[in-house]
Design a protein around this ligand. Structure first.
Ligand SMILES: [Fe+2]
Length: 451
């Protein structure tokens, strides 16, 4: 072990002071919050809407709902609780690996009333299990991991359901206060992230998933990172200068995608005589210039970066900018420190139904002065999704390992639709580079050799 490694440390476990009772309360609150959100997202539309497929990219909302219950039954009721199955007959219907999203509407799915009853019964049993389960002695239940995993799973499906709402046609059915405006003066365009090693990933965060583990030392060369995500106003300049029609900014795969799918602007944008407009959860509005661009594919992000004379950051660069504290050498849980996200730190949890203006969260900036790394938009990185050195699949290969490979790109930081339970400085999301129904944006980086 090098001297450097001894210098590099990680914040100790977030739950280090929690006893079993407070852990149970913490898990119960997290599960309850997730269920409130699932209930709101599925209660906002009528039954006909719940069973409809709003896009081939998405499941009917009623599939997501029963799938949430099915996973909870498998892990919390049957595995942790050792209880009898409630509905073994529907396991296959809600196994995401058995049925691609496009095929799900044709399955004999539980109807809305049945699905609601099912998830309610499962939850009642899961709470019984939570009251008694030993939270030590077995890795699956250590520090309440299984309950955390199921909470994150439900919150991730809630974000997917929010993306389905965005694809849905019709009048607005979701409501939230407008996202905040800028709360800083002008910010520098870029921040210099110093070269050198830092500790990436985590070995101590109790509810971190297998792909975030273990903590490992990574050397990163000095680089410049955009202080904020790329805004709609900046992105429109790329469009206005003809970027979508100029082959030189696009990779081969990106150009192929751009031309065969007739990609001409971010998804949900449309041109009016007075400029760009967008449809956002049923509301038609002018595209706000100061908000981060959202609903762009990896290919569009990469083309913009090339046009700007920059590139996308690698995943390790992103994480160093988000976690490394140069004063102590320590990797933080979040850019602002170790405390869980609050409304002053980041635009998370569907508190607002759009990204917030750049400069809206000065309290959430990293020690180096990088803003809005957490929340607002998922940020595309240039990295393929892969396992860290020492990776071990847990609790099952299908959680992450089967997705490792060059066909998926990593996204970081969470969006306005990501709950606080389902994002942290180490959290990794992945998707195909053509996807843009997700709440995806980006920021740019560039080399700083010789600085
Ligand atoms: Fe799932």
């Amino acid at each position: 072990m090098s001297d450097v490694t001894e210098f590099l440390t990680e914040t100790p476990s977030a739950f280090r002071d929690e006893n079993a009772e407070s852990l149970r309360e913490h898990a119960a609150r997290a599960l309850g919050r997730a269920r409130e959100r699932s209930t709101a997202l599925t209660g906002a539309v009528d039954d006909e809407d719940l069973v409809r497929q709003h896009s081939k990219l998405m499941s009917p909302l009623v599939w997501d709902l029963a799938h949430i219950g099915s996973q909870e039954e498998l892990w919390l009721v049957r595995d942790v609780g050792g209880r009898e199955p409630l509905r073994p007959d529907i396991d296959d219907l809600y196994d995401a690996f058995q049925h691609p999203r496009a095929d799900r509407p044709a399955l004999p799915l539980l109807g809305p009333a049945e699905a609601r009853r099912y998830v309610g019964e499962v939850r009642a049993k899961a709470f019984e299990v939570l009251e008694k389960a030993p939270l030590t002695g077995r890795r699956l239940t250590e520090a309440g991991f299984a309950f955390g995993m199921i909470t994150q799973h439900e919150q991730q499906h809630d974000e997917t359901m929010l993306a389905t709402h965005q694809l849905r046609q019709g009048e607005p059915v979701l409501h939230a206060p407008a996202a905040p405006g800028r709360r800083t003066g002008p910010l520098p365009a870029e921040v210099l992230v110093p070269g050198g090693p830092f500790l990436m990933g985590t070995s101590v965060e109790p509810w971190a998933l297998d792909n975030e583990r273990p903590a490992h030392e990574v050397d990163v060369e000095a680089f410049f990172l955009d202080t904020t995500p790329v805004t709609n106003g900046q992105y429109a300049e790329f469009f206005d200068s003809g970027g979508y029609d100029q082959r030189q900014w696009w990779s081969d795969a990106g150009w192929e995608y751009r031309t065969t799918h007739d990609i001409t602007a971010p998804r949900f944008w449309y041109r009016q005589q007075d400029g760009w407009w967008r449809r956002r959860f049923g509301v038609h509005e002018r595209v706000p210039a100061e908000q981060p661009v959202v609903h762009v594919s990896f290919h569009e992000a990469e083309a913009y970066a090339a046009w700007a004379g920059k590139r996308l950051p690698t995943e390790r660069e992103w994480e160093k900018a988000a976690r490394f504290d140069p004063a102590t050498g320590r990797s933080r849980r979040y850019p602002w420190g170790d405390e869980d996200p609050g409304p002053e730190h980041a635009n998370l949890g569907q508190a607002h139904l759009s990204p917030a203006a750049v400069g809206a969260y000065p309290a959430g900036a990293s020690p180096l002065g990088v803003h809005q790394l957490i929340g607002d938009v998922w940020e595309w990185t240039s990295s393929d999704f892969s396992g860290y050195p020492g990776f071990a699949a847990f609790p099952y290969r299908e959680y992450s390992e089967v997705f490792f490979g060059p066909e998926y790109k990593v996204l970081r930081g969470g969006s306005f639709g990501t709950d606080t339970a389902a994002v942290r400085g180490t959290f990794r999301n992945w998707d195909y580079p053509i996807r843009r129904q997700i709440f995806s944006g980006f920021r740019c980086a560039r080399d700083a050799r010789g600085v």
